[in-house]
Design a binder for this molecule. Structure first.
Ligand code: FAD
Ligand code: MLT
Ligand code: ZN
Length: 514
């Protein structure tokens, strides 16, 4: 799925100069509607820190590093970079810089550090926790032009590329060479590999290939003072001291700017099948997961679940087809292997067993790429379906499987008619549930009913308040529900060491620096 990034014209035959602002669309929403979005500071009452203010001389300087067309200052050009994907956060940046090389990033950072100008690194801007957009007037550093593939070792599977490569483009490139990217997510058509690394993105293949701390072989990154850190190794094994690449994986642009990534691409599976099943209750989802793990073993590559409201929102709001009837819960089981006959036998045995046991009451299984795509599309579109209702409060938590779904009914009861819908879906295979609450528009009262309640409950259940989307702007003051005070202290020390002026992605990830 690709999200439109830049301002679009309504019709391609209208010359862009003649277009009225009100007719422009950003992420499918009219400009005229977006300019009424509240700024972050009005919604969340944050106070701007003592950073420098951008002067005309700064802009002149950036124009000496980058060509003029890569220094955006026009209000219309800058607007899309100020607004996040779920249209919750709107910053007030007046400047977007689009470097094309590590050298340019380094020079920009060195200058910003000297002048105490705050910077917000931005990849595909598909982040869901407000980390990718400025809060005040931070300079947006966009990597959309750093999108070259540098090398691919087809034998080892080591891919080296620039940070702004779009995940889907990388996947297509390596597939042509019988490899696959080790991660996949609904935002693949827009998100960048550098954004994926910076958020330690999880997604649909994590059950099979593990998270990015395992798959990323190396990174090149630029520190806040402009120093280029070269950890761009392509080795599977390298125990020479501290594993510094991990500092940049999942630190959401607060410790450095990722400029290049080396990542391991596994072999492209030769046989893939997908099952989509309807089941009666959540307990059966868990029983099916246990059964799939034992029956399918090494060929199980994804195990996802969605409740009825998740799928019905997607069907109703996005007009996508549901290939089976209405059920309280849906389960999606994918197998990927290297031997079609062997894999099909295993899958058939699993299905026969569970249809006989009554756990699976309806479903469809396919190996046809177009049909698999339709099913995946239904699952991946849940993320955006709720936006049609108005506003979505999104929670991305890990909860041990026994209690995985328990918060959803609790929230439905707590919110009553204040919510349009409350639904849960996610990556059962790694204990990660996404809970979405949709309302006609952002409502502070609903927000106060949800937070910190959800985080308290997750902590009581020994879960994590952020499973895969990160902390961003939305969760720093709740991080203590999942991180011990000693760990938070060490995070602050690392920040101080790597970015002493705190210019990199301020107001994000860390609770107030003391
Ligand atoms: P951005 O949104 O631009 O940025 C995210 C964060 O990384 C920000 O803090 C930003 O400052 C920082 N950053 C970006 N690039 C760099 C860089 N080069 N150097 C330093 N910091 C940087 N996430 C999942 O984990 N699993 C999913 O299944 C999943 N599905 C999604 C489905 C949809 C439809 C959408 C909209 C989002 C989904 N996400 C998912 C969330 C999001 O796509 C991921 O977090 C993704 O990794 C963000 O990549 P991006 O390039 O868009 O980064
Ligand atoms: C997903 O699994 O669909 C994503 O993480 C996005 C979301 O939480 O909506
Ligand atoms: Zn997810």
């Amino acid at each position: 799925m690709r999200f439109s990034f830049a301002i679009q014209t309504l019709s391609s035959d209208i010359p862009s100069k003649s277009i009225k602002k009100s007719e422009m669309k950003i992420y499918g929403v009219y400009y005229s509607q977006l300019i009424f979005l509240n700024y972050v500071l009005e919604k969340y009452k944050v106070i701007r820190k003592q950073f420098g203010n951008i002067q005309p001389s700064d802009i002149d300087y950036f124009k000496t590093i980058l060509s003029e067309d890569r220094v955006l200052t026009d209000e219309n050009d800058v607007l899309p970079f100020n607004i996040d994907w779920i249209k919750n956060c709107r910053g007030q940046s007046k400047l977007v810089l689009k470097p094309k090389s590590t050298e340019e990033v380094s020079r920009i950072m060195r200058y910003c550090n000297e002048k105490r100008l705050a910077v917000c690194p931005q990849g595909g801007n598909t982040g869901l926790v407000g980390g990718s957009v400025p809060v005040f007037d931070e300079i947006v550093l966009s990597f959309m032009l750093m999108n070259k593939i540098i090398s691919l070792d087809e034998l080892s599977g080591a891919l080296v590329c620039e940070t702004g490569c779009v995940l889907e483009n990388l996947d297509s490139y390596v597939r042509e060479r019988n490899l696959i990217m080790p991660l996949d997510l609904g935002a693949k058509g827009s998100c960048h590999i550098g954004g994926n690394v910076s958020t330690n993105a999880g997604g649909l293949r994590l059950l099979r290939y593990g998270n990015l701390h395992g798959s990323v072989l190396g990174v090149e990154a630029v520190k806040a003072d402009g120093t280029v850190i070269d950890c761009l190794k392509t080795l599977k094994k390298d125990n020479t001291g501290y594993h510094l690449k991990h500092l940049f994986i999942g630190s959401e642009g607060t410790l450095g700017v990722v400029t290049k990534v080396a990542i391991h691409c596994p072999a492209l599976p030769k046989a893939v099948s997908l099952g989509f099943f309807g089941v009666e209750n959540f307990e059966i989802v868990l029983r099916l997961y246990a059964s799939a793990k034992s029956s399918l073993g090494e060929i199980l590559s994804a195990f996802e679940m969605a409740d009825n409201d998740s799928i019905s929102s997607t069907v109703q709001n996005l007009k996508l087809p549901n290939p089976i009837s209405d059920y309280p819960f849906y389960v999606l089981v994918e197998t990927s292997g290297s031997d079609e006959t062997h894999d099909a036998e295993k899958l058939t045995r699993f299905l026969d067993k569970e249809m006989e046991s009554g756990l699976i009451i309806d479903g469809t299984v396919t190996s046809e790429p177009a049909k698999m795509q339709t099913i995946w599309n239904l699952r991946e579109s849940i993320a955006g379906a709720g936006l049609i209702d108005g506003y979505v409060f999104k929670y991305d938590v890990s909860i041990p499987l026994a209690n995985y779904y328990s918060l959803v009914p609790l929230l439905r009861q707590k919110l009553g008619s204040k919510a349009i819908k409350v639904y849960g879906y996610g990556h059962v295979g790694d204990g990660n549930i996404h809970i979405n609450v949709t309302v006609p528009k952002y409502d502070q009262e609903v927000c106060s009913m949800l937070e910190p309640y959800i985080f308290e409950e997750v902590a009581k259940l020994n879960g994590s308040i952020s499973a895969e989307h990160g902390v961003g702007f939305r969760k720093p003051h709740y991080i203590h529900y999942s991180k011990d005070v000693t760990a938070i202290h060490l995070m602050k020390q690392l920040k101080q060491l790597m970015d002493p002026n705190h210019i990199l992605n301020p107001y994000k990830v860390l609770p107030e620096l003391t």
